[in-house]
Design a binder for this molecule. Structure first.
Ligand SMILES: Nc1ncnc2c1ncn2[C@@H]1O[C@H](COP(=O)(O)OP(=O)(O)OP(=O)(O)O)[C@@H](O)[C@H]1O
Length: 214
């Protein structure tokens, strides 16, 4: 079977503050694949993810996501879900209501609010405000909102942030299910255990370039 390529990056270059960060990154990600981008602090993982999300334009090179250049526009975000920095919370809404909001604005949510609360271990805090959650619980809510909405591509920047070991394993299973259903995942991570548990292909960023390891 010929695999469908969902993400293509060719010779991507980005300089930040006058310093070269990405210096010719090539990346191909197939439908149903999970790619874990690793590398030391400051090597450019978040920058690469932002380029794939259309939140930053590369200085040189080409990127295609789902057949076209990534754009920070509603049509693009209908197919692409992203979790990076903590989102802006609605102070008047509870955890459950944040998930209900996601379910209400997307025509075909991937799971019910009840299923999301259960999958992300948020049932005991469903009626709390996000600001009353612990760091790890807020990260669970961020991920639950990202996974509840329909998407074909997931871009995750250090999804393990703040998560305990047990939940990291549960997250790995959630991401494997997403990919098994035809979704494509690119995540930056510092957790080799998570990268292994999702059975990802490992891409190491070094010296501004990407190198596939597994
Ligand atoms: N707005 C900016 N202006 C100048 N330099 C920046 C800016 N944002 C990031 N950088 C620099 O660009 C480089 C790449 O940053 P990036 O956040 O992509 O790294 P990262 O690999 O995701 O790091 P980490 O593992 O710490 O999250 C770093 O050296 C960082 O200091």
């Amino acid at each position: 079977m010929v695999s469908e390529t969902i993400i293509v990056a060719r010779a991507v270059e980005v300089a930040l503050g006058g310093n070269p960060v990405l210096q010719g990154v090539d990346l191909d990600v197939a439908r149903g694949e999970i790619v874990a981008v690793t590398g030391p602090n400051g090597v450019g993982k978040s920058t690469l993810l932002r380029c794939l999300a259309g939140l930053r334009t590369a200085d040189a090179g080409e990127i295609a996501v789902l057949g076209g250049p990534p754009r920070d526009e509603p049509a693009f975000w209908r197919d692409v879900a992203q979790a990076g920095d903590e989102p802006a919370w609605y102070p008047g809404l509870t955890v459950r209501e944040h998930l209900e909001l996601m379910g209400a604005v997307h025509s075909a949510p991937r799971m019910t609010v009840g299923a999301a609360l259960a999958a992300f271990g948020l049932e005991p805090r469903a009626d709390a405000a996000p600001f009353a959650l612990s760091t790890g619980q807020r990260q669970r809510l961020t991920l639950a909102m990202t996974l509840l909405r329909p998407s074909r591509v997931l871009l995750l920047d250090e999804p393990e942030r703040g998560l305990d070991t047990e939940f990291r394993e549960r997250l790995a299973a959630i991401l494997r299910d997403y990919a098994a259903g035809g979704g494509t995942v690119v995540m930056a991570t510092h957790d080799p255990g998570l990268a292994e548990a999702v059975r990802s292909r490992r891409v190491v960023l070094a010296d501004g370039r990407a190198r596939s390891t597994v």
